[in-house]
Design a protein. Structure first.
Length: 216
């Protein structure tokens, strides 16, 4: 029985191609993952970026920046020319931004200009990285608006380990003439309030309720 479905008059080239294609079933790559930016093998990310029409691509981007740029590309193209698209494109690089339009400036700036405040948490603020960021801004913003100032900043989010301790206790003074500490130990075990109440009750019983002998 033939190992393929080729007709008897198939050429050697066709049979060789069928034999090579039959080996694809042994490739340990799930086809669905190949088209998913967050799960695809790193080697095919440039081709996946081309398939998703990513406008800007730099080989020295981190793996996370590349994957996020691909994943957000559809949303960026859908709203391209808006602040939302600009925010999506820069958020893929690890940049949170605040756009200040010309009428929001104090005093107001020239019409159709804007400033950009960036919060770099995963983005190393260097000259080369800023130039790449500006390239992304130029491609994503609308043609009418012009960037005037960029104000970079950084937010550091440390892993804060907080430990607290509380100390509770009672200062007790033991007279040097006391030889039996059993009452004091009962107070520690059962609580000073309960022990104090018991002692008061015993004092009332002995000194007030019971008649006192003559030798007392």
């Amino acid at each position: 029985m033939s190992e393929d479905l080729l007709p008897p008059n198939a050429t050697p080239h066709e049979r060789a191609l069928a034999s090579a294609m039959a080996r694809f079933t042994g490739v340990p790559v799930v086809v669905r993952e190949v088209s998913t930016p967050l799960e695809a093998p790193g080697e095919i990310l440039p081709w996946l970026a081309w398939a998703f029409s990513v406008d800007d691509w730099f080989a020295d981007w981190s793996d996370s920046q590349k994957r996020q740029s691909i994943a957000r590309s559809v949303s960026v193209h859908r709203y391209k020319g808006t602040i939302g698209a600009l925010r999506e494109a820069l958020l893929a690089l690890g940049l949170e931004i605040r756009v200040i339009e010309w009428y929001q400036m104090d005093p107001p700036g020239d019409p159709y200009t804007f400033d950009l405040e960036i919060d770099a948490r995963q983005f190393e603020v260097t000259r080369d990285n800023l130039l790449k960021m500006l390239q992304v801004v130029d491609v994503t913003k609308n043609l009418r608006s012009h960037l005037v100032n960029v104000v970079p900043g950084a937010t550091y989010l440390p892993n804060l380990n907080l430990a607290t301790t509380a100390l509770f206790g009672v200062d007790t003074t033991v007279d040097r003439h006391i030889e039996d500490l059993s009452l004091l130990m009962d107070a520690v075990a059962n609580g000073f309030e309960a022990t104090s109440a018991a002692v008061d009750l015993l004092h009332t019983l002995v000194n007030e309720t019971m008649p006192a002998p003559n030798y007392w």
